[in-house]
Design a binder for this molecule. Sequence first.
Ligand SMILES: *Cc1c(COP(=O)(O)O)cnc(C)c1O
Length: 448
Amino acid sequence: MMLETTPDSPYPGRAIVDLGAIGENLEVLRGFAPGAAQMAVVKADAYGHGILPVATAALRAGAAWLGVAQLAEARALREGLDAAGIDRSAAPILAWIAPSGADWAGALEACIDLSVSWTWVLAEICAAARDTGIRARIHVKIDTGMSRAGSTRADLPALAAAVRMAEEEGLVEVVGAWSHLSRGDDLSEEGRASTAAHVEIFERGLKTLADAGVEPRIRHLSATSGILWHPEAHYDMVRAGIGMYGLSPDPLTASGASLGLRPAMTLQAPLTSVKVVEGGAPASYGGTWRAPGRRWLGLVPLGYADGILRAGSNGAPVLVEGPEAITTRVVGRICMDQFIVDLGPAEDAPGAPSARSGPAPAKVGDTAILFGDPAKGAPSADDWAQAAGTINYEIVTRLGDRVPRVHLSDRRVAERAEAVEDSAACENSECAAPAEGARSRAPEKEAR
Ligand SMILES: *Cc1c(COP(=O)(O)O)cnc(C)c1O
């Protein structure tokens, strides 16, 4: 394992992201959905992990597609991939959120696949296709029961007809048809019934499209929960988000470890203070915790401005790597830039009133790990989610911009990529134009 990027930052906190874990997790997920191509979902800065390194690692590890929510994210991602010399045809990107009046022409020029839920979107995209002379690559989204994006049963026939016309005019290519499960992680009878209904409505939508003469190449419905728990919803491609980062979409249904997933991110910071306070001393704003007797306290330079949820005050777990590992908790309220951890009782050293405390359990500079790989004794993002009353998704995606990401790469990822076929890779010649100075998408492979 080697350090790929070491941000030259004086900022003390670090999110260490193991890109080897990204590749391994994709391989684990491939085992659950062996017949489907993989889209690596890298929205929200790759769930806080750093979009470009993660996207590149995912492609090397065999992901055929990249998915982001916002069009702006897709544009930035394309720019980064182009600059890295990654061939556009080897890295199709789907974006599914854009407002009316978005820069559709720019999206087409950047070869970004666009989601179409409504006829107004189609009209705007068609106008851009006419202006630029670039055929738009679209994925028709069907509302299968989430009432978020997607065409409803009532609206779909008109949308299908409009898509067919646009296709005949050469303005669009229908690459995909897709939707999203709202209760894929819910394995109760009711949850399973919901997923079954999603699949049924999806099928009906595909039929509506087919009746209008629209035949999408790639049908996709499943995110991680669908990959893990609903093989009937795999179709041609699956969209791997949280599982790729090594976390379970529902730790109560199955822990990440039990699924064979390994968290890619370790969030850590060096202690900036280690000191003894007297019994009864209040800690942090509001004094919501008081030391039960003389106590060693450590200070960690990460706070809610870094996305460390304040709801984790008084309870979220931390591992301090002192001479001996100390499994401990946040005490008192999490502040904007720092929080306090309990390091245990400070024993009176017998007969030495001037140096009343025994040896310190940790020292300034020792590493405090907020979350990481539980197999290595670290608390997990799931533990933080539980302490803060939220989900692991929010723990990693909230991580603030000012925390440097350090990416560890693993050569095995590149080697594995050779064995994997990109079954649903973009074949549109309009997208095949390589970026300037483009190389193969996995330069490491060429070198060997
Ligand atoms: C975020 C998202 C995903 C990925 O979901 P995970 O549960 O993280 O795997 C897939 N599809 C859509 C539409 C999404 O918004």
